[in-house]
Ligand binder design. Structure first.
Ligand SMILES: Nc1ncnc2c1ncn2[C@@H]1O[C@H](COP(=O)(O)OP(=O)(O)OP(=O)(O)O)[C@@H](O)[C@H]1O
Length: 527
């Protein structure tokens, strides 16, 4: 085959894809019919660490798994020399610099290399990689063949540059997207720094968190989905001495299994295909601050082992790196799953569970802290309307009722979504939240006859119909007091038990007592 045709064909093969493994495999196949070749290997070169990182090695038609090679100083000098020594050796005699690593090189193939053409892939004097085309016999290549194979240097360099640039761009893009998401989350947190319910339904929870805020004790936040675990983790961070350092979150359930280590611990440039840039992991980003391991129950078992080691040793190693980096981050874990059950089922390591749950805090679901409903409603009416650039629409009394009676399986997140949707759909009309009434009826069983109350005849007396004049509008406390008194009356003053007022109102007896004290409602059976 004339050299120009050969050159044209190999350029086409190697430069028509950004996947270097495919390019080299195709090239290997192409060469088989033209030049007798036993093996081909293609490496990128990390000149800082003096490491040859193998992209692909083929020998006698088979792909070989090849470890990275540490290059000695003499060979490094040779690589770095800006000489035109692109293609060498028709009869391979390792020079003294190469001798030391030739043993390792030969491990890549089943037999010693006797003949070879080595292409140094340089651009503007900088060495990017090395390609070797070899045969297992001495003096295997004629002068013409050496010349032909030497012409591979240019297309292989172009292919490598294209692939590296593409990887770099992709990594920069990923990093930007990642940073963007992170900044968006930070902004959202800045906007919603106040914890709604801090003085009502979440008071006890926040008191507990304040007890450990000044320590580095790991905290485990447990609670249903959407209950505010991330909000409270952020509150704990802000209460702690680490408040001026980063608060980093990682959703363990959202990382593909193959990327868990890289996301948590970071990676070095060239650690794996696509790792064109060094990247810090979440642990490193959280250094000095707090790291929230959200949805910890979703972490794969083998990643749990590595996480445990990092938590014990307080050091990480980036993927593909060999340096230990000390980590000083306060760990908060969160989950909506029953971790005890996961431990029993062998899906979560008991030692990790012990390590993370030194201070477990259960966040009550929204249906158990109904005091927070009006506050959250007001908060979301304000924030969602502001986002939409409109003034907050009014809510009918029926709407308030529907909010109070609904069981909120998706907790605060659901409430946020429901309010936002209603504002959009209502087009400025008062909000009734009628859809909640339908869902409540569908999903909640009818109350037991023993604890039913004939609300129908008391509703009018308790709650005025809408619209009313502002002067006659009762406050929420007044309505709540009337409502609680009505329930106590019905239950003959009994608070606890299935026929008690707390069950009737769908709240905890302790919450009811707290409310009664707050609203000055007397205890006792004489009603
Ligand atoms: N107390 C609160 N005050 C203000 N907003 C809250 C509160 N609790 C939750 N939210 C809002 O509700 C949404 C869900 O909260 P968050 O992400 O903290 O819940 P989560 O328990 O971590 O959920 P998941 O289990 O799904 O990760 C967020 O938009 C958050 O801002």
């Amino acid at each position: 085959m004339p050299q120009t045709d050969f050159f044209k064909s190999v350029t086409q093969i190697t430069c028509s894809t950004l996947n270097l493994q495919k390019a080299i495999t195709d090239l290997y196949r192409f060469l088989q019919d033209r030049v007798p070749v036993d093996a081909i290997s293609f490496d990128t070169y990390d000149d800082e660490k003096q490491i040859l990182h193998n992209i692909i090695s083929m020998h006698k038609g088979e792909q070989r798994l090849v470890a990275d090679l540490k290059v000695n100083d003499d060979l490094h000098e040779l690589f770095m020399a800006d000489a035109n020594n692109d293609s060498l050796l028709s009869d391979y005699i390792p020079n003294s610099a190469e001798l030391e690593i030739s043993e390792q090189v030969t491990k890549r193939f089943s037999s010693r290399i006797f003949s070879g053409v080595i292409c140094y892939l340089r651009i503007e004097g900088e060495i990017l990689g090395v390609a070797g085309i070899t045969r297992d016999v001495p003096n295997a290549f004629s002068n013409e063949e050496v010349e032909l194979l030497s012409s591979l240097t240019v297309p292989l360099t172009i292919a490598l540059v294209n692939a590296l640039r593409f990887d770099e761009l992709k990594a920069v893009k990923d990093q930007l997207q990642d940073d963007n998401k992170f900044l968006q989350r930070e902004l959202a947190k800045q906007a919603g720094e106040t914890v709604i319910g801090a003085n009502s339904g979440l008071k006890t929870t926040l008191n507990m968190l304040s007890q450990v805020a000044n320590t580095d004790v790991p905290v485990m936040l447990l609670g249903e989905t959407g209950v505010g675990k991330e909000v409270l983790a952020n509150a704990l961070h802000r209460m702690s001495p680490r408040r001026d350092s980063p608060f980093i979150t990682v959703n363990c359930g959202a990382i593909p299994e193959s990327l868990v280590d890289s996301v948590l611990f970071g990676h070095e440039k060239g650690a794996f295909t696509g790792a064109g840039q060094q990247r810090k992991g979440r642990f490193e980003r959280a250094n000095g601050g707090t790291l929230l391991l959200d949805e910890i129950g979703e972490l794969p078992l083998d990643a749990q082992v590595r996480l445990l080691r990092v938590l014990q040793e307080k050091k990480i190693e980036r993927v593909g790196g060999d340096t230990e980096i000390p980590i000083d981050a306060r760990i908060i874990a969160a989950t909506h799953r029953d971790l005890n059950k996961l431990v029993e089922e062998g899906k979560f390591r008991e030692d990790l569970w012990f390590r993370l749950s030194a201070f477990p805090v259960v966040i009550p679901p929204l249906r158990e802290r109904k005091d927070d409903l009006p506050l959250l409603l007001a908060h979301f009416l304000r924030s969602c309307s502001a986002k939409l650039g409109i003034s907050p629409p009014p809510v009918t009394l029926e709407g308030v009722d529907n909010i109070n009676n609904y069981h909120w399986p998706g907790n605060v997140r659901e409430m946020h979504n429901v309010v936002e949707r209603q504002i959009i759909l209502s087009q400025g009309e008062p909000l009734t939240f009628a859809s909640l009434a339908t869902s409540s009826k569908k999903s909640q069983p009818a109350p037991e006859p023993s604890v039913t109350i004939d609300i129908a005849d008391s509703t009018d007396a308790l709650i005025p119909t809408f619209p009313v004049s502002p002067a006659s509008f009762p406050t929420l406390d007044e309505v709540t007091r009337m409502y609680i008194e009505k329930a106590l009356q019905h239950c003959k003053g009994k608070i606890e038990g299935t026929d008690g007022a707390a069950a009737l109102l769908g709240i905890n007896p302790s919450t009811l007592r707290h409310r009664m004290r707050k609203l000055n409602i007397t205890f006792g059976k004489k009603r």
